[in-house]
Design a protein around this ligand. Structure first.
Ligand SMILES: Nc1ncnc2c1ncn2[C@@H]1O[C@H](COP(=O)(O)OP(=O)(O)OP(=O)(O)O)[C@@H](O)[C@H]1O
Ligand SMILES: [Mg+2]
Length: 525
């Protein structure tokens, strides 16, 4: 087994690693540290939370010389990540006294300029702000010997590529270039070769991109019930710290407000907040002052917060990479995690695509019913009432009730008091459902008209198979099937009907075009 001492690191770096409590190198560290120490360019790919930061951090710090100019540059896609990676570098370089500096937007540039002037050896920054310094002439990169792109696939993607090119153009051509991420597409790897010299490819766990210690589940929800479903799911989980991802900044704001209104300890993070706000929110999350962080994909990559037990995709991620990185915020460094994805009927295909491309094992779960949640809440109130009786000190309240106790049933009085105390929390609520109108189906079922191209060779067995494969519903959800000359009608259980409808309303199956519509009873006559 490899140990850190095998790398012949300087005493001061080795001591720092010991202080950090790293006993043995993770696989990506074991493979990359020697290569980087020897001066190779490296493309390093390993699952989220497996120590990629130190895999480049340790050898980069080790290779930095005593000269007081910028020798290494690390680029990250977000400010929070730059801050975090800078923290890791500071720890590794603690005894070597390597001077590191995070440089990112939203922070006073004057302060950064003064800090650079004091002789920084390693800069960790976001591309925009680094370019800003280059243009102002306040950051000189001509002596840079090592460049790291953390989250390299993201950095070489559309949003960043021009900035990256411009920055790399400021560094010497014979620099050492290091690329790290949990995900690399073949295209990005090919593109990366342009900026590298004969790189070594290190890939850990080629087969699985997601972390096996993170269980992955999904809940089928209806758009209009999403908030309610989320709350029920959270209430049925023991969340220590959780990150809830939304697609848009506005979605983050809205969900944050809605959750606060419902009494959850949450705050939101996205790119439109001031840096001071972003710092405050991250601090509240890292210290556990809030239990849920609601965020856009700005929090998807690289963030390492201890004890994140849950990642919840409130909005389904738009591509497999985003899924991998988002859920990678939990299940880090050998800990367990749970990744939850909410999926609406319209998004079901996307879920299946993510599942296919990440080879993820996702298990379907049922949103707790209102009855489940109601029972849990009722139990909680019963407990509270019993505890309150046991704690005593009720004399004052008894006096208040004295004047009505003769005229009203004591149980009625207790019920009224509970209604007031629970502020509506215990009111009966109704389950909302997808409205297909009257389709002339058996009670509890929805009848659909299915049109499968010109081919009439479809058997009832084929239909059941198609429906369960495409919509991910059990075969039992399919009821009566009528195959006429040119028309086919299928009855689907109410609960599964929205998913079947959204998956099959317009799709392809075995090369045939499939259309599906809720049946209208009149057309049956
Ligand atoms: N050798 C080690 N022994 C113990 N813990 C480690 C070791 N290396 C790293 N860690 C810890 O593992 C956690 C994850 O590390 P890191 O953030 O570098 O992961 P990553 O691979 O960069 O993940 P991501 O793809 O999400 O960016 C950190 O908390 C880090 O301190
Ligand atoms: Mg990382």
């Amino acid at each position: 087994m490899t140990t850190f001492t095998d790398f012949a690191l300087s005493k001061r770096v080795q001591q720092a690693i010991d202080d950090m409590g790293y006993e043995e190198p993770s696989p990506i560290q074991a493979a990359c540290i020697p290569l980087i120490l020897e001066g190779h360019d490296v493309i390093g790919q390993a699952q989220t939370g497996t120590g990629k930061t130190a895999a480049f951090g340790i050898p980069v710090v080790e290779r930095v010389g005593p000269e007081g100019h910028v020798q290494a540059l690390v680029l990250t896609p977000t400010r929070e990540l730059a801050i975090q990676v800078a923290g890791e570098f500071r720890k590794i370089g603690k005894y070597k006294r390597v001077r590191t500096l995070p440089i990112y937007g939203g922070q006073s540039i004057g302060h950064q300029i003064r800090a650079v002037q004091q002789g920084v050896q390693i800069v960790i920054g976001t591309p925009g702000r680094v370019l800003d310094h280059i243009h102002r002439g306040t950051l000189k990169l001509q002596h840079v010997r090592m460049v790291v792109l953390d989250e390299a696939d993201e950095m070489l993607d559309m949003g960043f590529i021009e900035d990256i090119e411009a920055i790399l153009g400021e560094t010497p051509a014979d620099r050492q270039t290091l690329l790290f991420s949990a995900t690399f597409t073949d295209d990005i790897k090919r593109l990366a070769l342009r900026y590298m010299r004969d790189p070594e490819h290190v890939t850990v766990n080629r087969g699985e991109v997601t972390v096996p210690l993170t269980d992955q589940v999904y809940y089928k929800v209806l758009e209009r019930n999403k908030l309610e479903s989320l709350c029920r799911i959270i209430d049925s989980e023991e969340v220590q710290l959780g990150i809830v991802f939304c697609r848009t900044k506005r979605g983050v704001d809205e969900l944050t407000e809605a959750l606060i209104a419902r009494g959850y300890l949450v705050d939101g993070l996205h790119g439109d907040l001031s840096q001071a706000q972003r710092d405050r929110v991250m601090k509240k999350f890292r210290t556990g002052e809030i239990e849920l962080l609601v965020a856009t994909d700005v929090a998807a990559r690289g963030l390492d917060v201890e004890n994140v037990t849950h990642v919840i995709n409130y909005d389904i991620p738009q591509d497999p990479e985003s899924y991998v990185h988002r859920i990678g915020r939990t299940g880090r460094a050998g800990k367990r995690g749970l990744a939850i994805t909410l999926v609406t009927p319209r998004e079901f295909k996307l879920l299946k695509q993510i599942q296919r491309e990440t080879k993820a094992r996702m298990v379907a779960r049922e949103v707790p019913s209102l009855a489940d949640v109601a029972e849990r809440q009722a139990e909680m109130w019963r407990q509270r009432i019993i505890e309150t009786i046991q704690n005593g000190g009720l004399g004052h309240y008894r006096a208040i009730l004295d004047s009505i106790i003769d005229e009203h049933d004591p149980v009625d009085i207790a019920c009224a008091a509970l209604k007031l105390a629970s502020a509506g929390e215990l009111e009966a609520r109704e389950e909302a459902d997808y409205d297909f109108g009257d389709t002339g189906a058996t009670p509890g079922m929805v009848r659909f008209f299915v049109n499968i191209g010109r081919s009439n060779r479809v058997t009832p067995g084929d239909l059941v198979r198609m429906i369960s494969e495409e919509a991910g519903v059990p075969g039992q959800a399919v009821g009566k099937i009528d195959i006429f000359d040119r028309f086919t009608f299928v009855e689907i259980e109410q609960d599964s009907a929205p998913f079947v409808y959204e998956s099959l309303r317009q799709s392809r199956w075995g090369g045939m075009r499939v259309n599906m519509e809720p049946a209208r009873p009149r057309s049956r006559r």
